[in-house]
Design a protein around this ligand. Sequence first.
Ligand code: HPA
Length: 326
Amino acid sequence: MLLTAGACIGAIVGRQRQLSFPTGPEAPTTGGRICEHGPVAEPGTNRRGTPEWSDVDAHGGAERAAEALAAITGVPRHDVAVVLGTGLAEAADALGPALSRHGLDTLPGLPTSFVSHQTSEFRSLDLDGRRVLVFLGRLHLYEGYPPAQVVHPVRTAVAAGCSTVILTNASGSLRPELRTGALALIADHLNLTGRSPLSAHPEAPGLPSPFVDLVDAWSPRLRQVAHGVDASLTECVYAQLPGPHFETPAEIRMLRTLGADLVGMSSVLEAIAARQLGAEVLGLSLVTNLAAGMDPDGVSPDDIIGVGQDRAAQVGRTVREIVRLL
Ligand code: HPA
């Protein structure tokens, strides 16, 4: 959550650090505007919530964005996509030197609604011969984006060749023993958003079937690889709620009864979209807080971002080792 929030979230985020948007010979940068006041409509891109984000458009739009991505990066195909969640942007540095870095707004279909604590950037890098796309942020339902736009970066990455999608996020823990700072593996999910990125045109010809089998949505094979990198990773059920507000203690009790271990505001719709397209999905969730009602100090966006930033390098190293073993 929170990563690509518009002005409403920007207002509640106290710890807004001024992030630079580095450039240099080793990392040519294109675009990359940071806007503190919500999305900026660009010619040819969609405004949030507009009905033109039908599933038919979305798949074609992802193909076109993938073509643009290949042209921008000079890399015809990528292998692995990594999406970095709240506070985790600096994990990108631990993945290795970027061959190129670009503003997210250089990709057709991506708005520019980035608060000042966030780098609105994606990178292309080579990790032991694997071409890796790293998104330093994501779109969220709670910003008002429709599901098809929320999953646009992931669809674009798969259209660009990525057969593995690694989703990271920040979450609240429903299990007292799963403490702040712990990294967990998403083994299954509860989609409590009431939304699907596949619902617009279920029968549309030429599109992959929307009736996607979500047993093993979170790849058992990739989870094995992750366990090999970090034996302390705990397998968890992650519940995505729409947000942007946090939960009530009663809602947390309900989620626990439903079988959730972690709660957050992202990733599930992206995983569903990736699975529709046949990509393998790995989910890594950083526990940034105990869920509502479990900590007398409550839940604070500042603390969530702070824990993410403190743990970003370690998360990046874990992702790097997993990618090496793919
Ligand atoms: N609830 C919802 N989303 C979150 C939380 C939480 O406690 N922590 C980090 N993202």
